[in-house]
Design a protein around this ligand. Structure first.
Ligand SMILES: NC(=O)c1ccc[n+]([C@@H]2O[C@H](COP(=O)([O-])OP(=O)(O)OC[C@H]3O[C@@H](n4cnc5c(N)ncnc54)[C@H](OP(=O)(O)O)[C@@H]3O)[C@@H](O)[C@H]2O)c1
Length: 220
């Protein structure tokens, strides 16, 4: 599968490239082609030369991809997405984007008028593009460390069964993430808001690289 990482030179983009670069064709996108190529070379080094990772501009990355992951900070989501509209046709777009602020005391979810970052992306993108919301509660540093076993759940929401299935498979390829279907794209605000919640808990309790998992039973 060809996977484009828009803004893939950053923290989470690097993590996805590392985790998927040995099985898929990864196209790291950037505003700056040289930066994208340097990023691709760095990822290949982390993979000890075994992988298929290239770097290019965001528009070319999206145009050549089956799956696009939006790896930009929320504040640039709208400008980056509208700037790339001509490159989209029928790709599957995965949004791990979390609109949140730090108000000086704690992290706070701050969704746009559409209700969530994923719904905003859905509104901006062409009709044929399927949007799935996922990967909000993983830690980029842990993702970048290919040896690290990530014992966490990934909450996935979307309105297209095949798009969910592909996202579930991609999440399941990352050792040992457990993909969980969280419902339609309309619930993305609930999933996205778990990130500031998790960061607040991690800060208060000094938990490094925190994640979330759903338990089915608890012995007291
Ligand atoms: N970091 C995490 O642990 C984590 C976990 C879960 C979800 N997320 C979500 O994943 C997304 C990316 O997070 P991140 O930490 O990887 O972000 P980041 O490293 O701060 O930035 C990612 C990339 O965004 C691009 N970018 C920066 N400013 C831009 C602008 N003005 N216009 C267009 N592109 C710009 C840059 O790529 P170029 O300079 O190459 O264009 C940059 O490398 C966020 O929405 C975040 O909420 C992050």
């Amino acid at each position: 599968m060809k996977i484009a990482l828009v803004g893939g030179t950053g923290d989470i983009g690097t993590g996805f490239a590392v985790r998927w670069g040995q099985k898929h064709e990864i196209i790291i996108g950037s505003r700056n082609v040289d930066k994208a190529r340097e990023s691709a070379a760095a990822v290949l080094q982390l993979l000890e030369g075994v992988g298929n990772v290239q770097g290019t501009d965001n528009a070319s990355a999206v145009a050549g991809a089956d799956v696009v992951v939006l790896c930009v900070p929320y504040e640039h989501l709208a400008s980056v997405t509208t700037g790339l509209l001509d490159s989209y046709k029928s790709q599957l777009v995965i949004s791990p984007v979390v609109p949140m602020i730090y108000n000086g005391k704690f992290f706070q979810y701050q969704p746009p008028a559409e209700g969530s970052a994923a719904l905003q992306a859905r509104m901006l993108l062409p009709k044929g593009v399927r949007v799935v919301s996922a990967f909000h509660t993983i830690c980029a540093a842990a993702l970048q460390d290919i040896k690290r076993v990530m014992k966490a759940d990934i909450f996935i929401c979307g309105d297209d069964a095949e798009a969910i299935k592909i996202t579930v498979e991609l999440a399941g390829e990352i050792k040992s993430l457990r993909p969980l279907n969280a419902g339609p794209l309309a619930v993305s605000s609930m999933v996205e808001s778990l990130t500031p919640f998790l960061l607040n808990v991690a800060r208060k309790n000094k938990i490094k690289d925190a994640g979330i998992t759903v338990v089915s039973e608890r012995k007291i």
